[in-house]
Each structure stands twice: as structure tokens, then as C-alpha cells.
Design a protein around this ligand. Structure first.
Ligand SMILES: C[S@@+](CC[C@H](N)C(=O)[O-])C[C@H]1O[C@@H](n2cnc3c(N)ncnc32)[C@H](O)[C@@H]1O
Length: 329
């Protein structure tokens, strides 16, 4: 299957959100096909630098071409964004002016049958973003063939919001007694059999593929840890731009941003004491409502349809501010 290439989502809006300044220091936490990263480097116009991360070794190899264009300004690291803190330390930088997370998978990953992300092609039931040997990640087939009925149903319900999770889990555990699951087609066919009526052209395997991908890659934990590391790393005035593609991701982004930009509520006896001067809030949300692609972009790039972009800005230094969670970011 030929690679179709990846079209960067909300490209102009990302650039406007990051507002790159000459000499600034930026992080692209999800390099992918490098489209956003290239636009950022172009906008920096010969000054400033970018650290790009991706947990997929194929993305790192693809990045070598851009590295040659910007040898002094671009550093690309093979690392999960939950390890952003360590990545910055190894780069020798503590604070940055802007960070981008463009979550999920790229078209390069989705459109390669060998990666096993899509029910549109037959391929190994893999779904690991980091398929290098040292990743130690289980594949989707490992989960489908070893989790018990209840664990599978929980996984499909929690990470896929699949209402027929029990029925699907039961069918899987029955089927695998005869033949273990090894391919995407096997799982897609099972979904077609168990959930026969498609809703508005949505394939019945959509939610279970999403759920397995999230579980295989620990995506929600990665996001939580990545956001925390990113907010810690922002300099005053720095911005964090996050594009999410489904409600589970967006909920985490929304809640993290709200916590970081909301004054803690004083309750109990302390509420009766005279008000002391509240510490300044560390962050300000720049998007009350998420930015979504225009109709024209959605028509041009169907993958952009579910995108939601949120932006937060650090407005006070870490050691002078408090957040709703009670901690100091
Ligand atoms: C939507 S693509 C990014 C596309 C990119 N912005 C562009 O314009 O080409 C998402 C990328 O993030 C990577 N990724 C997803 N989760 C990650 C994580 N936890 N750590 C590092 N990279 C991750 C994926 O491997 C994929 O290459």
C-alpha cells in the first residue's frame, strides 16, 4: 500500500497560537510527518530552535530530511512525550516559549497495513506506536488473546466508549479458543458479525480499534504526564497548544487546563478567616472554547473533522503561583 502522506491539521491556527518569536525555543512533542515542525522552523526565520519528539522510530527516520534543512535549529529525539522533562534536560534547556501536542497517529501510521492501526487494511494486529524491540509494549493481539472477558469488556467500554463491550468481549474469548487473533481483518470481521448494523457509515470496529490503540500505547497516561511536564517547562509568556481527536483526550486537556488556570476554592474553617492575598494564577486559558477546523479544511482533510485545539499560557512563574489542585506548577 503506497503511503498517502499526512496533512497537518489546523496548520495556520497552530502557528498563530504558538506565535513564534525570533530566537525562541520550542518543542514539537509529536513530530509525526514534520508538517507543523517545518512550518514552525520556517516561521522562526533562521533564529531560534526546536526540539521534536516522537515515540515512533519511523517518524524519526522520516525527520532526517528536515534535519538536513535545519541542522543547527532542529533536534529530533526518539522519546515518548511523557519523558519531556528528561528530554529537555538532555537538550540542556529548562524553559521553553511554546510546545505543541498534535495527538493520535499520523496518516503514515494509519495507512501502513503492517502497523495494524486500521481496520481498512488487513495486517498484523499490532498498533504499537513504538514498535522498536526495546519498547517492551504489548501488541493489540497480545491483549485480545490474553485478557479475560471482563478485562476486555472494561477496555472497550473505558477507552472506546463502546456500549456493546460485553457482547464483543464474549465473542472474542469464544472465537480465540479455536483460532487466536493475529490480524486486523479477523477482528474487523468479528465486529461486523457481532454488531451488524452500521451507524451513519461508521464501521462497527471503529470503537474497539480506538480502545485497543489507547490501551496498547498507554495514551491517556502519556497525555496526563506529558501535559504536566509541558506546563512545568513553559517560561512566563510561553504557550501550550494541544490538538485532540476524541472526547477522552479532550476531557483530559480541558480538565488539566481548567485546574491550572483556576484559583483554588477555600472550604471548611479556612473560608471564615479574613481573606489573605491570593497567589497569582500560573496559567491563563487562551481558548475558552476549543478551536475547530473550518468547513473548508474538514472537506479537504477528513481526518481533521474531530480535531479540537486548546491553548494555555503561563502568566506567572512556577514558584509564585497556586492551582486548583492545591499544588504548584
Ligand atoms: C498526528 S501525528 C503528528 C503530525 C504532525 N504534527 C505533522 O504535522 O506532521 C501524531 C504523532 O505523535 C506521535 N505520538 C503519539 N503519542 C506520542 C507520545 N506519547 N509520545 C511521543 N510521540 C507520540 C505519533 O507517533 C505520531 O507520529
Amino acid at each position: 500500500m503506497a503511503e498517502t502522506g499526512h496533512i497537518s491539521v489546523l496548520a495556520a491556527e497552530v502557528l498563530a497560537g504558538l506565535a513564534p518569536k525570533p530566537g525562541g525555543t520550542y518543542v514539537d512533542a509529536t513530530f509525526g510527518a514534520g508538517g507543523h515542525c517545518r512550518a514552525l522552523l520556517d516561521a522562526l526565520d533562521g533564529s531560534g530552535r526546536v526540539l521534536a519528539l516522537d515515540r515512533d522510530p519511523d517518524a524519526i527516520i522520516r525527520g532526517e530530511a528536515l534535519q538536513k534543512v535545519y541542522p543547527d535549529q532542529l533536534t529530533i529525539l526518539h522519546a515518548p512525550f511523557a519523558d519531556l522533562g528528561q528530554a529537555l534536560t538532555s537538550w540542556g534547556v529548562e524553559r521553553v516559549d511554546g510546545i505543541l501536542f498534535d495527538l493520535g497517529v499520523s496518516s503514515f501510521q494509519l495507512d501502513q497495513p503492517g502497523r495494524g492501526f486500521s481496520f481498512r487494511f488487513d495486517g498484523p494486529l499490532d498498533m504499537r506506536m513504538d514498535h522498536s524491540r526495546q519498547s517492551g509494549c504489548q501488541t493489540a493481539a497480545d491483549l485480545v488473546n490474553t485478557l479475560n472477558d471482563r478485562e476486555l469488556a472494561d477496555l472497550f467500554f473505558r477507552f472506546g466508549e463502546e456500549s456493546r463491550s460485553r457482547k464483543i468481549a464474549r465473542a472474542i474469548t469464544m472465537d480465540r479458543k479455536k483460532t487466536p487473533f493475529t490480524t486486523t481483518a479477523q477482528l474487523a470481521q468479528l465486529a461486523e458479525r457481532v454488531i451488524p448494523n452500521r451507524k451513519r457509515g461508521i464501521h462497527p470496529a471503529t470503537k474497539i480499534f480506538q480502545a485497543l490503540r489507547i490501551a496498547v500505547n498507554g495514551e491517556l497516561d502519556q497525555l496526563q504526564q506529558g501535559l504536566e511536564a509541558a506546563m512545568t517547562a513553559l517560561a512566563v509568556g510561553g504557550v501550550l497548544v494541544v490538538i485532540s481527536f476524541h472526547s477522552l483526550e479532550d476531557r483530559i486537556v480541558k480538565q488539566s487546563f481548567r485546574m491550572a488556570s483556576t484559583q483554588p476554592r477555600v472550604t471548611g474553617p479556612a473560608a471564615l478567616l479574613p481573606q489573605t492575598q491570593a497567589a497569582p494564577l500560573p496559567f491563563r486559558q487562551l481558548t475558552r472554547k476549543p478551536i475547530i477546523p473550518t468547513q473548508a479544511e474538514q472537506a479537504r482533510n477528513s481526518r481533521s473533522r474531530s480535531a479540537k485545539m486548546r491553548i494555555i499560557q503561563r502568566v506567572a512563574p512556577a514558584d509564585q503561583s497556586t492551582v486548583a489542585g492545591g499544588g504548584v506548577l
